[in-house]
Design a protein around this ligand. Structure first.
Ligand code: OKS
Ligand code: ZN
Length: 350
């Protein structure tokens, strides 16, 4: 299996995120990926590669994200520091938002102020934008594109081993530690490579609101997600069972929310349901946003999977019999993320 890892990931190292009225240390840290690389040294289940620098990652990102959003991200750090040179010592966090309807966003009068523009393109205050966020996120998209291209060229599995994660990033917004939706980049690249139907099976603890939204009105990309019930769990406003897609995409989105505290057996039953729905769609390829925050030891999540369960997850994914791209998403029990990730990869080998 080819593993495209992001050599620029550590350039995105947020300092603090807003949590319950305080700034706390970021959970989404460079060590997460280092632990996976360390475990891959011990158990070399794949071939570590970096994406081809000649690939057109800008075009691939523009297939799933709005041009004004990408242009904002590309120069956001410069704009932030231009406000005040001492801003270079701090990450940018949004603090003001255009609320739907009551405080509507005026497309005919877009704000010029940087704080307003950051709020325009962000849905939470937990996703610091740092000096290297764009470089890291863009290289992550290159990893996702390379993984999709490997699968298009005939590989059975490929992994985009990257951070920051991606599945919360929508067409024109960041949030949930995500900037560029790597899973969506991969799914769209598979479509653009000639595959007619692509499925996304999101197994992160958190609902993949960005991926759902990007493909919500389409019937060529089926999206399924198993996650903590949004009535109590982040990202809260999306991920309910009755969200089934819209327009041509009606029936092509499946949400399987589960209560906080759910253990492996109930989670496994939901996985079987999601896999059946994926099979019924008869896709030609699969994308798995792989979050390891379903782990019992995760500090910010609420499911109870154990390390050995990730081997079974890998085996189950393999049993779908589909060419598969995996993207690395959440998982904050930092020391265990490596073992749990590589367990999935080992499981893929059957
Ligand atoms: C509140 C907590 C934010 C949780 C973000 C979850 C990110 C994640 N500020 N998504 O899959 O793991
Ligand atoms: Zn997550």
């Amino acid at each position: 299996m080819k593993i495209f890892h992001n050599t620029h990931h550590a350039q995105h190292a947020g300092r603090q995120e807003m949590f319950r009225g305080r700034l706390v240390d970021c959970h989404e840290v460079p060590d997460r990926l280092r632990y996976v690389l360390d475990e891959l040294q011990r158990r070399p289940v794949g071939q570590l590669l970096t994406p081809d620098a000649a690939a057109d990652v800008n075009a691939a990102m523009a297939r799933v994200h709005a041009p004004d959003y990408l242009a904002f991200l590309a120069r956001a750090w410069n704009d932030w520091v231009a406000l005040d040179p001492t801003n270079a010592e701090r990450d940018a966090l949004p603090s003001v938002w255009p609320l739907a309807s009551k405080h509507a966003f005026r497309t005919d009068a877009p704000p010029l102020n940087f704080a307003a523009r950051l709020g325009q393109y962000a849905f939470d205050s937990g996703t610091p934008l740092t000096a290297g966020s764009w470089a890291a996120a863009r290289e992550g998209a290159a990893c996702a594109l390379a993984a999709a291209q490997a699968v298009l060229a005939g590989d059975r599995f490929a992994l985009a081993l990257t951070r920051p994660p991606g599945h919360h990033a929508g067409p024109n917004y960041l949030g949930g530690y995500c900037f560029i939706n790597n899973a969506a980049v991969a799914a769209q690249a598979l479509r653009d490579g000639g595959l007619q139907r692509v499925a996304v099976l999101d197994v992160d603890y958190h609902h993949g609101n960005g991926t759902q939204t990007i493909f919500y009105e389409r019937n060529d990309v089926f999206t399924a997600s198993i996650h903590g019930d949004p009535r109590t769990e982040y990202p809260f406003f999306l991920g309910h069972a009755d969200e089934r897609g819209a327009g041509a995409g009606e029936g092509y989105n499946l949400n399987l929310p589960l209560p906080r505290g759910t253990g492996f057996e109930v989670w496994w039953a939901a996985l079987q349901n999601a896999m059946q729905a994926v099979s019924d769609f008869a896709p030609q390829a699969l994308v798995v946003p792989l979050g390891l925050d379903t782990f019992e030891g995760d500090p910010i999540s609420g499911f109870k999977l154990r390390s050995a369960d990730y081997l079974k997850l890998g085996q189950a994914i393999a049993q779908l019999g589909l060419p598969t791209v995996l993207t690395f998403e959440g998982g904050y029990a930092v020391a265990e993320v490596g073992v749990n990730t590589v367990n999935v990869l080992e499981g893929l080998r059957g």
